[in-house]
Design a protein around this ligand. Structure first.
Ligand SMILES: [Zn+2]
Length: 271
């Protein structure tokens, strides 16, 4: 598509998403009755047409460095089963990582794992700002608006940030099937851990394979902790949700567990 109107004359940098590109934010079950608000920072692996393939072969653009494999199907099914609002982001984290502070070096990675991202090398500050303005900001603004609207209506909100992780990272195998990720919330993560550990077939990570921190995360610190919402991150190992059967089975399991969590939080008058 040709650049339009006032977008001409900026070497294309003022226009990232064009008419053939979908909006970054995808929502499911927006009027859901559940107290759980689901977010999915690494839902998709789209690349705006203007950025081509970021200099990468398809084999790189389909693996975990580009997105959280399998989590889209889990998130959509969980949203439906829990009747919970899901806010997800469709563009690849190689374009801009929606769970990194924009000022962090890893926000627009030059290297991910051992792969050099050619399309991100030598990126100017204007081009970086436009990625933020057109992908990162609308996604986080939408989460902010959703929470604002829920607060205004006095609806309880528990933030659940959904991710998946690669079974092997930099040559190291990871034993966990699922992990909880948290920092400051002392209510939800222990409850979730207890219920996950009661599932006899699971190896459960407690802040594994990652922990939440202000330097390496954005969604939980900004939308959960800073707003005083109960929150947790969830990481599911990608090979367990690599096909539809896996996605459905994990969504079913999490729907059952979050149903129990809701009952417990209500009984304790935490929501
Ligand atoms: Zn993720």
């Amino acid at each position: 598509m040709a650049l339009q109107g006032s977008d001409k004359g900026f070497s294309g940098t003022s226009l990232l998403l064009a008419s053939q590109d979908v909006p970054p934010v995808l929502e499911k079950t927006p009027n859901g009755a559940s107290p759980f608000l689901l977010t999915c920072d690494h839902y998709g692996r789209l690349i705006p047409h203007q950025l081509g393939d970021l200099g990468l072969p398809e084999s790189e653009l389909t693996r975990h460095i580009a997105w959280d494999i399998g989590i889209a199907g889990v998130a959509e099914s969980l949203s439906k089963q829990l009747d919970a609002h899901l806010v997800a982001q469709r563009y690849s984290r190689l374009v801009i990582d929606c769970n990194r502070p924009p000022e962090a070096a890893s926000s627009i990675p030059r290297i991910s794992e051992a792969t050099v991202i050619a399309g991100n090398e030598g990126l100017g500050s204007d081009a970086a700002r436009i990625r933020r303005q057109q992908i990162f900001d609308p996604y986080h603004q939408r989460i902010r608006e959703v929470i604002d609207a829920r607060v205004k209506r006095s609806l309880p909100t528990v933030l659940v940030s959904l991710h998946s992780f690669t079974p092997v990272y930099a040559g190291i195998a990871r034993p966990w099937h699922i992990g909880t990720l948290y920092h400051r919330d002392m209510h939800l993560p222990p409850l979730l851990l207890k219920l996950l550990r009661a599932e006899a077939d699971l190896v459960v990570g407690d802040n594994e394979p990652y922990a939440v921190s202000d330097d390496t995360d954005y969604t939980i610190p900004v939308h959960g902790e800073a707003r005083g919402l109960m929150n947790t991150g969830i990481e599911i190992r990608q090979d367990l949700i690599g096909d539809q059967a896996g996605e459905v089975s994990w969504a079913d399991r999490l729907a059952r567990i979050f149903g129990e969590i809701e009952i417990s939080l209500r009984a304790r008058q935490l929501i």
